[in-house]
Ligand binder design. Structure first.
Ligand SMILES: Nc1ncnc2c1ncn2[C@@H]1O[C@H](COP(=O)(O)OP(=O)(O)O)[C@@H](O)[C@H]1O
Ligand SMILES: [Mg+2]
Length: 358
């Protein structure tokens, strides 16, 4: 009987424990956690003001990073990549828009700098291109100092820094100072100083941009292990093919907006082959310039649908073009075309830009 009662109690306890773990929807707390994005950027706009000159670096960018995900950002120089990662890392404030960090459960653009710095310690590790190690301290001391700044218990710091030194393959270098380390070792040490706080996400702006190809490969392997084995999400800016092929999701920035996404089969020199254009939260769809150039760079279109396709037909109406100053007449078919056109989009005749063609 005693045995029966203890087995019954055990079953009851087990059921209570399971119930505590399950939400109403039948998800465990862990599953529920995995379903909530770690980081959300919503309609982020950043305008830099230098004297009288305004630069719109971000023109309304929205994206999410889920727990454990590897999201990379690509785009030409000046497209706003650095501004975007610095904004989501809480380093710069956007002109408008919202940035949510899961741990803080509020829009960080409304938080004070102190609050952001405190929350960032456990939420995000930021990897800069330069190592930012203190040169008079050893690798181990640098890692421990980062832990002390974050207010972590000294015994936890000791354990975790030993684990990280081994995990990142710099155990042998723990008593060395920065000036005796190779580029790859400095990078590993810098990564260790950001991981001491056990963050949920690593944010990096071209973190291997200063390394040779072989060293970069070993650091990228390390990022993969950090992601897989420690479950830390990655949000990384890159314009390296070597880096991009390792992403779960790649977002392409152009002129301050996200124009589309790519998978890991991406070839950076042939973005048009893997690009999936995206209508953003503000209902914008950026048509790539190379497509517009094929039809002589029109500014206006009619829009129709056929079966499952949307058809945009260029319209070169002189009334729409700067009072007719920006269109010329094709000498062959008489249609009006853009004044930048080399060939007529209707009959393929070469457009000659002589006086009187307007
Ligand atoms: N501190 C700043 N002051 C003024 N303009 C800036 C500043 N930082 C960046 N910009 C401008 O904002 C745009 C986006 O820059 P950036 O975010 O650095 O792009 P990327 O990292 O893609 O090269 C560029 O036109 C750049 O000149
Ligand atoms: Mg940059």
């Amino acid at each position: 009987m005693d045995n029966f009662i203890s087995v019954y109690c055990l079953l009851l306890l087990l059921r209570m424990a399971t119930a505590a773990h399950n939400t109403q929807e039948g998800l465990t707390a862990k599953e529920r956690d995995e379903n909530i994005p770690l980081l959300i950027a919503e309609d982020v706009i950043k305008i830099y003001q230098t004297g009288k000159i305004e630069t719109q670096a971000l023109r309304g960018v929205s994206f999410k990073v889920n727990p454990g995900e590897k999201v990379f950002l690509i785009g030409p120089s000046g497209s706003g990549k650095t501004t975007l990662v610095n904004t989501v890392a809480g380093i710069i404030k956007p002109t408008s828009g919202k940035v949510f960090w899961k741990d803080l459960s509020k829009d960080i653009t409304k938080s004070s700098l102190e609050e952001i710095i405190r929350a960032r310690r456990s939420f995000a590790g930021v990897i800069f291109q330069d190592s930012r190690l203190l040169s008079h301290l050893t690798v181990k001391e640098n890692i421990e100092l980062a832990g002390h700044y974050a207010g972590i218990n000294p015994s936890v710091i000791k354990k975790r820094s030993e684990f990280l030194l081994r995990f990142l393959n710099i155990w042998e270098k723990r008593d060395k100072r920065e000036d005796t380390l190779s580029g790859g070792e400095k990078k590993r040490a810098a990564i260790a100083t950001t991981l001491i706080t056990n963050p949920r996400i690593l944010i990096g702006d071209e973190p291997t941009g200063d390394l040779d190809i072989v060293t970069a490969e070993s650091i990228l392997d390390l990022f993969d292990r950090i992601n897989k084995e420690l479950g830390i999400a990655l949000c990384i800016v890159t314009h390296s093919q070597q880096v991009a092929s390792r992403a779960d999701r790649i977002l392409e920035l152009r002129d301050g907006i996200i124009i589309g996404r790519h998978g890991r089969e991406i070839v950076l020199r042939k973005l048009e082959e893997s690009r999936l254009l995206e209508i953003d939260r503000q209902n914008r769809l950026a048509i790539p310039k190379y497509i517009l150039n094929v039809v002589n760079d029109p500014k206006h279109f009619t829009i129709t649908t056929k079966d499952d396709s949307i058809i945009l037909t260029p319209v070169f109406d002189p009334n729409l073009y700067n009072n007719g100053q920006d269109v010329v007449t094709c000498a062959m078919c008489g249609k009006r075309v853009s004044h930048t056109a080399k060939f007529c989009p209707y009959c393929s005749e070469t457009i000659t830009h002589t006086k009187g063609t307007k």
